[in-house]
Design a protein around this ligand. Structure first.
Ligand code: ATP
Length: 470
């Protein structure tokens, strides 16, 4: 049995959490303010604290410091209705055991609570200094997961791989990780690998000495050395030439680089963050990317979902960008109408947040102060304009290749080969059906129509694959 202290000014939350705690055999104390929690904790030391951020009087994050001063390290689960990056980072920096955004489900809390109870006493909590941040906007659960990951990984020196479509905010996320790390006062060096020509990539990354190659009259410090003491952000890392991958791996393992044309290794100490919108695992299978480099680069992966999967963020982002585009002549702040917001939320945003930002800037210029109407927005950017149908062709080829490898594997064993077609359907049908259902909000009839199946056939298959629908 452990002692839990629940601190929330919402009675219903206190009640729900105390029921949860008691049903697991724990003793529960409750407080509705931080001040009350501190005095309770001093009198009767809790093993785990669950604390809301916004409280009347002292806020929860400040109270965490007071708690540590009074009773030493204790796992604190922070709950908040304000799931922004700032709160996530402050909670983690203040040594929070975990961070949960309201509304949460009890199963999620139950899991975290039990983990905290197990860890109680063993946790070495290091209360830290909160820091300021601007730039990364979002309030959907998908973005809160991203904030939480950034907050968790920032303080470490782990290599981070950011995945997500173009324009989703991978570079902004990399900057946020850098700003919240202990390397924040060092340089943040961003390199887009795709923009380097194959012949120059090596000297750009590792530097070169004078006379290293024709035209190299003077020497140049490479990006890996420029990032010394800070963070190196390698964008489009999938494009790194195979011939250079081994040299990069060595530089990462040994903390030294060998400039082109030199025999002298140079020490450099940086944290590496990479980004890619391509499937690296499939490149590894095709021998285009070294698996050892992949593991070195991907200690921690953060996937940033496309904007169409977090429609709830569109309005917030649009308002955030609008604030930046105050009409210079009139000094007037623009405003979005309800119709404009509906239109913004309806669009697919294949170019993600970058496209949204450009659309808002365009509309603000057209509207010249005042209200922004749907007709002020530029036409949506098509998939083909962004070359997405080409990358679709690329991923079709990758799927094709993987399926061939899979089939070859099956034919090695006559028993597996016997049911190969049925197995193939079991492999490919569920994801397609899940996406179709998601598109039609779980409704079977329109999903079946779209898939070209009879509704009862789809229902039968959903049951067979254990896929839920409404
Ligand atoms: N969550 C966000 N909040 C505020 N601005 C954002 C957010 N996400 C992206 N942006 C803005 O959108 C633009 C594109 O972001 P960014 O360059 O980080 O995307 P990316 O995923 O790295 O794109 P690419 O893969 O094409 O390099 C930038 O202007 C950035 O400031």
């Amino acid at each position: 049995m452990s002692k839990l202290l629940i601190v929330d000014d919402e009675e219903s939350i206190c009640w729900g959490l105390s029921q949860l705690g008691e049903s697991h055999g724990h003793e529960v104390m409750m407080a509705s303010t931080a001040e009350q929690a501190l005095s309770l904790a001093e009198k009767d030391r809790p093993d785990v604290v669950v604390m809301d951020v916004r409280l009347p009087g002292m806020d929860g994050l400040t109270a965490m410091q007071g708690l540590y001063e009074r009773i030493g390290p204790v796992p604190v689960i922070v709950i908040t209705a304000y799931g922004d990056l700032q709160t996530a980072v402050e909670a983690v920096r203040n040594g929070a055991f975990d961070y949960i955004v309201k509304p949460f489900d009890l199963a999620q809390m139950e899991q975290v609570l039990e983990k905290a109870v197990k860890e109680a006493g063993r946790e070495e909590l290091q209360p830290g200094e909160p820091r300021q941040l601007e730039g990364l906007v979002g309030s959907t659960p998908e973005m809160q997961l991203v904030f939480k990951s950034i907050a968790l990984v920032a303080a470490s020196d782990a290599s981070v791989m950011l995945t997500g479509e173009s324009g989703t905010g991978k570079e902004v996320a990399a900057q946020a990780i850098h700003r919240f790390s202990d390397r924040a006062s060092g340089p943040f060096v961003a390199v887009n690998i795709a923009s380097l020509s194959e012949s120059l990539a090596e000297s750009e990354l590792f530097g070169h000495v004078p006379g290293a190659f024709t035209g190299a009259e003077s020497g140049r410090m490479g990006f890996l050395e420029q990032a010394n003491g800070g963070t190196l952000f390698l964008d489009e890392v999938a494009d790194i030439p195979l011939s250079i991958q081994i040299k990069l791996l060595r530089a990462l393992e040994e903390g030294e680089v060998l400039p082109v044309g030199s025999t002298q290794r140079v020490k450099t100490n940086f944290r590496v963050i990479t980004a890619s919108h391509r499937n690296l695992e499939s490149l590894i299978k095709r021998g285009k990317f070294r698996h050892d480099l992949y593991f070195r680069l991907c200690t921690f992966e953060i996937d940033i979902p496309p904007l169409r999967k977090r429609v709830g963020d569109i309005r917030l982002l649009a308002e955030f960008f609008l604030e930046r585009f105050v009409d210079r002549q009139t000094g007037m702040q623009h405003r979005l109408t309800a119709e404009t917001i509906t239109e913004l939320e309806r669009r697919p945003w294949y170019g993600n947040v970058r496209e949204l930002r450009n659309a808002i800037e365009h509309a603000a210029l057209r509207a010249r102060g005042g209200t922004i109407l749907p007709e002020d927005l530029p036409a949506p950017v098509s998939q083909s304009f962004l070359g997405l149908d080409e990358s679709q062709a690329g991923s079709d080829a990758e799927i094709n290749e993987l399926l061939k490898q899979w089939a070859e594997q099956q034919f090695l064993d006559p028993e597996s080969a016997a049911g190969i077609y049925e197995k193939l359907l079991t492999l490919v049908e569920p994801p397609v059906m899940e996406v179709a259902l998601e598109k039609f909000h779980g409704q079977c009839a329109p999903a079946a129509r779209c898939l070209g199946l009879h509704r009862t056939t789809l229902s039968k298959k959903l049951k067979q694959y254990d896929i839920e629908n409404s």
